[in-house]
Design a protein around this ligand. Structure first.
Ligand code: TXA
Ligand code: MG
Length: 347
């Protein structure tokens, strides 16, 4: 199968979306931009189409898909027992980087929900995504458009590298805005629970609806499995071993430089994820600058792209500085720790 990359412009959006929507209606797959990461879309209410997503990504079939809508009023067609608090959260954050989980209606096939009786729903904030959902069937199941186990795509080129030959079309809307996947909040139990941290933080949600809990399974070293099946996999994994180095800046820089020196003497190729503040402090190794320490939004936007760059450079190991876990930093560190398989060096 040949994979077309269609660059979207103001002039061609209508025609491109029309062609892509036809593919979706026929049960096919289309990768498209959202404000978080690129998604791999199919008709959410067609089990055969949903199965094609799992095949193309090589995704385990017990890992459920998020159903994307373009109109909040469509929520009641696929979900049940939607609490008032969820409606309030939707009003505040949709369209946007928030996914909510409810008991599913019968029309949503188990092929889409990975066999679960609940459904995850999100209204993305991206003109191409919204136009595609509206022009197709109104319900698009879409996981991140990476091959299973790879970092989520923040550029159409990332999708192409992972899925070339496996899907017919990629709508190229340029770089995404946020760069990390949406916050997932589960409303299928009494107190809403964050199953995956994202741009919408616990504090932001609590300001609208009161108490929200964090899935205890997300904590490091916790014996309980996370409730979102996808969070249990070692996702976002670069090819090289990634090690986070945590401590005061001077010590981190000093330790990393020493480790680079040792490794290079043994003929190893070492990558470093540094910041605006430290970029010039590493004389050796292959050094990438992820952005200013104080701005998590920039760090988030650069993270997956940098992990992919290191894959292409075939480094043997990556040392990364670690970041604040406040606010959106919690989501950034959640992804980094997963990519690192929780390897942290305290200095
Ligand atoms: O930002 C995003 O959410 C992106 C864009 C494309 O919208 N999508 C995305 O999908 O990240 P995916 O499939 O890569 O991640 C979905 C996560 C997985 O961890 C999955 O296990 C969890 O959501 N999930 C989906 N439905 C669920 C359900 N009914 N119960 C628990 N977890 C669910
Ligand atoms: Mg994913």
């Amino acid at each position: 199968m040949k994979t077309l990359i269609e660059k979207i412009t103001a002039e061609n959006i209508e025609k491109q979306v029309h062609n892509a929507a036809r593919l979706i209606k026929e049960g096919g797959l289309v990768a498209f931009p959202t404000e978080t990461v690129y998604g791999l879309g199919a008709d959410a209410l067609n089990p055969q189409a949903a199965r094609r997503i799992y095949q193309a990504k090589g995704r385990p079939s017990d890992n459920p898909l998020i159903v994307h809508i373009a109109d909040p009023a469509k929520l009641t067609q696929i979900a049940e027992r939607i609490p008032q608090r969820a409606m309030a959260l939707g009003e505040r954050f949709w369209p946007g980087p928030l996914t909510m989980i409810f008991p599913k209606k019968d029309c949503v096939p188990l092929a889409t929900t990975g066999g679960l009786e609940t459904v995850a729903v999100r209204m993305p904030d991206h003109p191409v995504a919204l136009a595609l959902i509206t022009a197709s069937t109104g319900f698009i199941a879409a996981p991140s458009a990476n091959a299973s186990g790879r970092p989520s795509p923040t550029l159409a080129e990332h999708v192409y590298l992972d899925l070339n030959g496996r899907i017919p079309m990629i709508l190229d809307g340029g770089p995404v805005g946020i760069g990390l996947e949406s916050t997932i909040i589960d409303f299928s139990e009494e107190v809403p629970i964050i199953l995956r941290p994202g741009f919408v933080t616990k504090e932001m949600a609590e300001a609208v609806i009161g108490e929200v809990r964090l899935d205890p399974g997300l904590k490091i070293g916790e014996a309980i499995a996370p409730k979102a099946p996808g969070m249990k996999y070692r996702h976002y994994a670069p090819k090289a071993e990634l090690i986070l180095v945590r401590g005061c800046q001077d010590k981190v820089v000093h330790t990393v430089n020493r480790l680079i020196e040792e490794a290079e003497e043994q003929g190893q190729k070492i990558g470093v994820i540094s910041t605006d503040e430290t970029y010039l402090c590493y004389p050796r190794g292959i050094v990438k600058n992820i952005g200013a320490r104080k701005d998590e939004t920039v760090i988030a936007r650069n993270l997956y792209g940098i992990l992919r760059e290191f894959d292409q450079l075939d480094v043997d190991r990556i040392y990364s500085e670690s970041f604040s876990e406040q606010g959106f930093g919690q989501a950034v560190m959640n992804r980094m720790l997963k990519a690192a398989g929780h390897r942290v060096l305290e200095v």
